[in-house]
Design a protein around this ligand. Structure first.
Ligand code: 1GP
Length: 245
């Protein structure tokens, strides 16, 4: 079974949690230790990526350290073709649909696709849209941010992603966002699409995670919670418990 088949099967039964580790936020050995903690806490996969990565080596070293501490799938979440790693299992082959920069929509994909084929990492198609406040990802991604009350536009992007054949649709408020994607937007998008809805950005505790799942999120991504918490495992276990409950 491929990683996408496995994720799609699991998400039919219950909402899932994915952990995001940014290679720029900690050295590889620390990423390895965190990977073990998130595995024990019950996360379903580990994503590796960020908007401020310096080199492919930085990604390679982080992925290798993570792989040596977990058997969970490691899925790249790249901001460009130069940040792919042959050591990962898969890559979210995602188009930043509300970017003004064609690079993030398709051109980086054209550059990276031959590498993905050559090294045999699994591409997982995902439509990616950033909602206000957007934070660094919104700025670096040169996005026309979806306004927090513009539900129709969010639904339009989600349907477009589904009609383009993407496997997942990701609505994100930006890493460290003071306010995550609004519940009303999540509910409306969820009602309109059949592909799994991924939500992330600013989800730091179990109460917010529960709210987002109740609104309709199929997959919750957390990143900052992993960087800020001293007791990562304990904090995540609580979050994952309410997501899967
Ligand atoms: C990943 O932005 C999310 O796309 C992660 O957000 O760091 O706020 O959890 P946090």
């Amino acid at each position: 079974m491929t990683i996408v088949q496995d994720l799609l099967k699991k998400v039919k039964n219950k909402p899932l949690h994915l952990s995001l580790l940014d290679p720029d936020k900690q050295p590889p050995d620390v990423a390895g230790i965190v990977a073990k903690e998130v595995t024990d806490a019950g996360s379903s996969a580990i994503m590796v990526g960020g908007s401020t990565i310096a080199s492919q080596t930085q990604v390679d070293d982080t992925v290798k350290a993570i792989k040596s501490h977990t058997s969970l799938p490691v899925i790249l979440f790249p901001s460009g073709a130069q940040f792919l790693s042959k050591y990962a299992d898969a890559v979210f082959f995602m188009s930043l649909l509300n970017s003004r920069n064609l690079g993030y929509i398709i051109r980086e994909h054209v550059k990276g696709a031959p590498f993905v084929r050559k090294v045999g990492i699994e591409p997982i198609s995902m439509g990616y849209v950033i909602v206000e406040p957007g934070m660094t990802a919104g700025k670096v991604g040169e996005c026309d941010l979806v306004k927090r009350n513009d539900i129709d536009t969010a639904v339009g992007y989600a349907l477009a992603a589904q009609y383009l054949g993407m496997s997942f649709f990701y609505l994100e408020a930006g890493s460290g966002a003071p306010d995550p994607v609004p519940n009303a937007m999540i509910s409306a998008v969820k009602k309109n699409i059949d592909i799994p809805l991924v939500v992330g950005g600013g989800i730091r505790n179990k109460h917010t995670a529960q709210e987002k799942v109740q609104a309709g999120a199929d997959i919750i991504i957390t990143g900052t919670a992993l960087e800020k918490e001293r007791r990562v495992g304990e904090a995540l276990r609580e979050i994952i418990h309410v997501i899967e409950a």
